[in-house]
Design a protein around this ligand. Structure first.
Ligand code: M6P
Ligand code: ZN
Length: 194
């Protein structure tokens, strides 16, 4: 008989994310440096304290079809130049897989993009659920002044493809202008089919 996995009980603190995660991934400015538009501001940050931008608190779930992986992400408030602190961003290695982002605390934006360069944003605040359909790359940014916390759920076999984002970037960036977040063209973006 097939041996079944035991069910899991996870506690999620709305402000702090998954309590006692199996793994914490931490990303600092240096881990996503090529993706910020303002090289000058970036160098200043790197020569100083290389701050923590976000952490992902993960539970051990098999990376296999049939499972649902879940984790919480905390993006700290801050900017590199005028550009808000953000996740690295990725497409799914198995492109026909979706994902759900559910905001627990703080505020920010969920930026999505197709490989053809079509862009869509969802303003996230507590209680807002963003559905990322299959084939859309995704990145999130904290546009508020406190920690932005969200829960994510995605198919076990989705995988992460960072290469496209590293090579081409996202078509848009979210920057602060007159105290407000605005979406602007990313000067570092190179279209996939261009
Ligand atoms: C969410 C999920 C994870 C992802 C994390 C950070 O929690 O989408 O799969 O790893 O955000 O985003 P990234 O991997 O793009 O840095
Ligand atoms: Zn994803």
């Amino acid at each position: 008989m097939k041996e079944l996995m035991e069910p899991i009980r996870t506690i999620v603190d709305f402000k702090k994310g998954v309590v006692n995660p199996d793994r914490i991934i931490k990303r600092r400015v240096s881990d996503i440096q090529g993706m910020y538009a303002d090289n000058h501001a970036l160098e200043k940050f790197l020569s100083q304290d290389n701050p923590l931008i976000y952490q992902v608190r993960e539970v051990n779930i098999p990376e296999e079809s049939g499972h649902i992986i879940y984790s919480t992400t905390i993006i700290y408030p801050g900017k590199v130049g005028q550009e808000y602190f953000m996740t690295k961003g990725h497409f799914h290695a198995k492109e026909d897989t979706a994902e759900i982002y559910f905001c627990l605390e703080g505020e920010g934006y969920l930026l999505m993009q197709t490989k053809e360069g079509k862009v869509f944003t969802i303003h996230m605040k507590p209680g807002v659920l963003g559905y990322i359909p299959p084939y859309w790359g995704h990145r999130t940014m904290n546009t508020g002044d406190k920690e932005f916390v969200f829960l994510t759920l995605f198919p076990g076999d989705a995988g992460h493809d960072y290469e496209i984002v590293e090579k081409h970037g996202f078509a848009k960036i979210m920057i602060e202008e007159n105290g407000k977040p605005v979406l602007r063209d990313n000067p570092k973006y190179t279209p996939l089919n261009g």
